[in-house]
Design a protein around this ligand. Structure first.
Ligand code: PEP
Length: 251
C-alpha cells in the first residue's frame, strides 16, 4: 500500500523567516521515525530557498507561473522552484480562485508547466456545494485538458469541499463519508476523461479542517490517500500528531 501523504499548506504564514525555520525544523526533528508517511510542507515563496528539506520532509510551493522565465512581473516559475529544492507545488487552490480570480484555464497551463519542470503537482479541486457536481467536473475536465494519463504518477488530486475549509465562516466539517463521496465522484470523472484503471489508481487526498483527531477517519472510512492540512499545520505539535496518527496501520 502506498504511504499516506500529509501535506501542510502554510498559506500566507508565518510572518517571519525565523518562525518558518523553527517550525520546519521542529517537524523534521519529530517525524524522523515517520517513514510510513510522505510529508510535504508547502511554504510561502520567500522561505523556500532557506528551508532545508530532508529524506522525510519535502518542500512544496503554493503556486507557480506557466512560463519558465521572461517579462512576467511578480511571477515565480516552476524551474525556479526546482532550483531551490522544491519537489511539489499546490495548484488550483480555491483561495486563488476566490481572491485572485484564477481561472481553470490558467491552472491547466500551470499544471503542464509544473509537470514539465519535474515537479509533483497537488491539484486542488474544490466544491462550493455539499453534493459534488458540475463545478468539479468542469475543474477536472479543463484542469487536466491535454494531459496524458502517464502524468498520474506525479499528479495528486485533492478533494476540497470549500465549505469545509476551517477558515470559512460556516465552520462545517465534512464527514469521512462525504469525503469518500467526493473522492468517488472525482474517480468517476477521471474514468470518463482517461480510463477506469487510471481513475482507480489516482492518488486522491482530502482537504478541509483536517486535524489529529479526524485524520484516521478520512484515511480509513473516507478511503483517502492522505490529507491537505491548512490551519492545523501552523501549530507544529498538532501537525506532528496528524502525521503520527496517519502512520499506517498504526502509530
Ligand atoms: C486548505 O485551505 O487547503 C485547507 C486544507 O485548510 P484548512 O485545513 O484550514 O481547512
Amino acid at each position: 500500500m502506498e504511504k499516506p501523504l500529509i501535506i501542510a499548506n502554510w498559506k500566507c504564514n508565518p510572518i517571519t523567516l525565523a518562525e518558518a525555520k523553527r517550525n520546519f525544523e521542529l517537524i523534521k526533528e519529530n517525524t524522523k521515525t515517520a517513514e510510513k508517511v510522505e510529508i510535504v510542507i508547502c511554504a510561502p515563496f520567500v522561505f523556500l530557498p532557506i528551508l532545508k528539506p530532508s529524506e522525510n520532509v519535502k518542500l512544496g510551493a503554493q503556486d507557480c507561473f506557466w512560463e519558465d522565465r521572461g517579462p512576467f512581473t511578480g511571477e515565480v516559475s516552476p524551474k525556479q522552484l526546482v532550483d531551490v529544492g522544491c519537489q511539489y507545488v499546490i495548484l488550483g487552490h480555491s483561495e486563488r480562485r476566490r481572491y485572485l480570480a484564477e481561472k481553470t484555464e490558467a491552472v491547466n497551463q500551470k499544471i503542464k508547466a509544473a509537470l514539465g519542470a519535474g515537479l509533483k503537482v497537488i491539484f486542488c479541486v474544490g466544491s462550493e456545494t455539499k453534493i459534488p457536481g458540475e463545478e468539479m467536473e468542469y475543474q477536472l475536465t479543463e484542469g487536466l485538458k491535454g494531459l496524458d494519463k502517464r502524468v498520474f504518477d506525479r499528479l495528486i488530486l485533492v478533494y476540497e469541499p470549500v465549505w469545509a475549509i476551517s477558515t470559512t465562516k460556516e465552520k462545517v466539517i465534512a464527514t469521512p463519508k462525504e469525503a469518500q463521496e467526493g473522492g468517488l465522484y472525482m474517480r468517476k470523472i477521471l474514468a470518463s476523461l482517461f480510463d477506469a484503471e487510471t481513475a482507480k489508481a489516482a492518488r486522491v487526498i482530502y482537504g478541509g479542517s483536517v486535524d489529529s483527531k479526524n485524520i484516521r477517519g478520512f484515511l480509513d472510512e473516507g478511503e483517502m490517500a492522505g490529507g491537505l492540512v491548512g490551519a492545523a499545520s501552523l501549530k507544529s505539535e498538532e501537525f506532528i500528531d496528524i502525521i503520527k496518527n496517519a502512520c499506517y496501520p498504526e502509530r
